[in-house]
Design a protein around this ligand. Structure first.
Ligand SMILES: [Fe+2]
Length: 426
């Protein structure tokens, strides 16, 4: 029998002691715990060449007004739907200097950034785990745990407190970023669909190529807690990690790996497309999928009575938009206000113009009420968006007619015995 190999119960990379805080190696390196839940939740230990507290004491300073758009004042939101146009980068901003808030509730927020420069500092978000969606661009997310190469269509999950920076490849960049203030995003699973619909944890890509840097210099780390930004300076490179072990890690997840739930004889509601749950928010992906064969293949009109819905349009023409969606656009549909298919989409449904496939990718993030919208977002709001539904009052197919009630009664009589085509035999 050859050598027998084993794997441990926690992911690990590089040089680590036999167990956290144990064994003689801990006398020679510096162990640092990245821990959630007050020493009782998810945790990863990193092993450093130098103490992580080796900052230069005289160099720590607050950064007043560091990213004004990220702190854009929030206003009450309701009664009117918004479509937010694509933001224009403001100055030569990197991912964080160009960050702008769109909407927020107490536990989650949606932001947007259109970076044009790589970061020459490191960043730590001390009060949120971040979920990026890369609408446009590619590059490398460098982290304590190793680099993650990313491209258009990737989600990047950057856990709270993880030191990192974005190195951008040439070309335009546009990212939506979701902050979770009260817990990490969890993979959405339902007992009825199991662990592998609509994606598998095996689709997540964690860093494995640790690139330890033993370098001296002046290394700037900016941290954020709410609107408080602080800079500290270290004399050694923060990626001086020789190994790590644990399950609190950054990772990426390609939208291509979402294998959507479809139904032949009914309409899958948005909740069937949920990929992540976070406190006060859920993230859904509408992606390329076959169209329902019977029943509704469009969304039903709905009032979401507890959540404000946002949709970021990534590519294709969104199935319910009736030609009003555009890449990069974000719609904001506040709590309680009815919405649903735009008139052109509903007309196609009623005329039986059913496509075989929805060619689209869109990211929906719904935020539990109360939700507020930023002044920055209001500046992007298109004044004509409420008119997207105006054909419901002008098109004779949808608007008032004195014989309408009689017509519907007659149709209902005619269809009283109607049954699905795809059904068990008699
Ligand atoms: Fe909706």
């Amino acid at each position: 029998m050859g050598e027998i190999e084993y794997f441990g119960g926690l992911p690990e990379v590089g040089i680590v002691p036999r167990a956290p805080h144990a064994g003689p190696l801990v006398q020679h390196v510096y162990e640092q715990e990245h821990g959630r839940g007050g020493f009782s939740g998810k945790v990863t230990h990193t092993y450093h060449l130098y103490p992580p507290t080796n900052w230069l004491p005289g160099e720590t300073k607050g950064l007043e007004g560091w990213v004004p758009r990220w702190e854009s004042p929030l206003r009450p939101l309701g009664g009117v739907h918004h479509a937010l146009g694509v933001m224009t980068p403001d100055g030569p901003g990197d991912v964080y200097r160009g960050m702008a808030r769109l909407v927020a509730n107490a536990t989650a927020a949606m932001n947007v950034t259109a970076p044009r420069a790589s970061m020459d500092y490191f960043f730590e978000h001390h009060s949120a785990t971040m979920v990026f969606f890369v609408h446009q661009g590619s590059g490398t997310l460098e982290t304590t745990f190793g680099p993650i190469a990313y491209q258009k269509g990737d989600f990047l999950i950057v856990p709270q407190g993880v030191t990192h920076r974005f190195d951008l490849a040439p070309g335009p960049h546009y990212y939506w970023m979701y902050e979770s203030f009260a817990g990490d995003p969890e993979k959405s699973e339902a007992p009825t669909t199991g662990r592998f619909v609509t994606h598998s944890q095996s689709d997540y890509r964690y860093p494995r190529s640790l690139q330890t840097v033993n370098e001296t210099g002046r290394f700037e780390i900016v941290s954020k807690v709410e609107g408080l930004y602080t800079r500290r300076l270290h004399p050694t490179h923060p990626f001086d990690v020789i190994g790590w072990r644990g399950d609190y890690l950054p990772y990426k997840f390609a939208v291509e790996d979402v294998r959507p739930l479809v139904a032949d004889r009914s309409h899958v509601p948005p909740s069937g497309h949920t990929i992540f749950r976070l406190p006060g928010c859920y993230l859904c992906v509408f992606t390329v999928r076959s169209v329902e064969k019977e029943g509704m293949w469009l969304p039903f009109f709905h009032k979401n009575l507890d959540y404000c819905e946002t949709i970021g349009f990534h590519c294709g023409e969104f199935f319910s938009s009736g030609g009003t969606s555009a890449a990069g656009l974000v719609t904001v549909h506040p709590v309680g206000l009815p919405h649903g298919p735009k008139p052109a989409a509903l007309k196609a449904f009623r005329d039986g113009r059913r496509p075989e496939v929805h060619h689209e990718v869109a990211i929906m993030a719904d935020f539990q009420n109360p939700v507020r919208i930023s002044e920055f977002a209001l500046g992007l709001s298109r004044p004509d968006y409420m008119q997207s539904w105006s054909a419901y009052t002008t098109d004779p197919g949808f608007s008032y007619h004195p014989t309408r009630l009689d017509e519907v009664r007659a149709i209902a009589d005619r269809l009283a015995g109607a049954r699905d085509t795809l059904r068990p035999p008699e």
